[in-house]
Design a protein around this ligand. Structure first.
Ligand code: ADP
Ligand code: MG
Length: 288
């Protein structure tokens, strides 16, 4: 059975989509069978996997409204090595259309049950809000991977997310837990980032992944070629970090059956601590 993880953070632009597509490609690279689900109407994860969202006839929208099964709506991202359940602007309408429907938070969960045996990992790219779409992701998942930049306000956003996850855990999905926090766009030259990174480890301990994703321009360039960085430029520092992260995840995760056994209530909220303003030390050029 697949391990199902949401990549979520209520902030926008923190690296959710970059993490989703590169982790999917990294997992595929280390031999895992992966389905990537785009739950954001912007369709960035779809396009970033080389699937033209405007050409898609069936998407996750049809799955949520039960006019198509996952098996019917998914496509294979040939160059990336994983399957994609894509999204486009139509998905924004699902939000409204689902409100009146029964089991409206559990539609994705129900649909995924039919394909769980075909994959090792199912990754869900969530939109930057606590919408009905995100709730569908959280209800379907065993856990949440939280990409975060090591900056002061990141910790405040985390408090909101942790509270949301607690509520979903209490009311909708007893299996849901925080799988881990992934430090992304990391720049070790910035003292504040090092401080926040240490603070995260102090507070969340082994819930912080060992792998750190550096700020790397190749990861930012890759989507314009319709590829995850891991496929576009496997030698880039950022790509190597995502493959290392995929390996870390494979090694750390127990089987899905163990993940699903009544997960404990997730970690406590964070109290943001005032810190010194950021200082940039040397202007070292970024490694390719
Ligand atoms: P989100 O999905 O949370 O909105 P994105 O993954 O789209 O965030 O990332 C926001 C922007 O940051 C994008 O332009 C992306 O290319 C860039 N980006 C993400 N991760 C990195 C990284 N490690 N290094 C450099 N740029 C990055
Ligand atoms: Mg995104």
């Amino acid at each position: 059975m697949a391990k199902i993880f949401c990549i979520a953070n209520q902030k926008g632009g923190v690296g959710k989509t970059t993490t989703t597509v590169n982790l999917a490609a990294g997992l595929a690279k280390v031999g895992q069978r992966v389905l990537m689900i785009d739950l954001d109407p912007q369709g960035n994860a779809t396009m970033g996997s080389g699937i033209d969202k405007r050409q898609l006839e069936t998407t996750v929208y049809d799955v949520l409204l039960e006019s198509a099964s996952v098996a019917e709506a998914r496509v294979t991202a040939e160059k990336c090595g994983y399957d994609v359940l894509g999204a486009n602007r139509e998905l924004a309408g699902a939000e409204v259309e689902m409100v009146a429907l029964d089991r409206r938070e559990k539609r994705l969960r129900t649909a995924l049950a039919a394909v769980g045996a075909e994959y090792d990992f199912i990754l869900i790219d969530c939109p930057p809000s606590l919408s009905l779409l995100t709730l569908n992701g959280l209800c379907a998942a065993h856990g949440v991977i939280v990409p975060m930049q090591c900056e002061y306000f990141a910790l405040e956003g985390l408090t909101d997310l942790v509270n949301t996850i607690k509520q979903v855990h209490a009311n909708l999905n007893k299996n849901l837990q925080i799988i881990g926090l992934l430090r992304v766009m990391f720049d070790p030259r910035i003292t504040l980032q090092q401080q926040v990174s240490e603070q995260l480890k102090g507070h969340f301990g082994d819930k912080v992944f060992d792998t750190v994703i550096p700020r790397n321009v190749r990861l930012a360039e890759a989507p314009s070629y319709g590829l995850p960085g891991v496929v576009f430029d496997p030698g880039a520092k950022g790509s190597q970090a995502f493959v290392a992260f995929a390996q870390e995840l494979v090694e750390k995760m127990p089987p899905a059956s163990a993940l699903a056994a009544e997960a404990p209530v997730p970690v406590a909220p964070v109290a943001p601590v005032p810190m010194d303003p950021p200082t940039v030390t040397d202007q070292v050029p970024e490694s390719p």
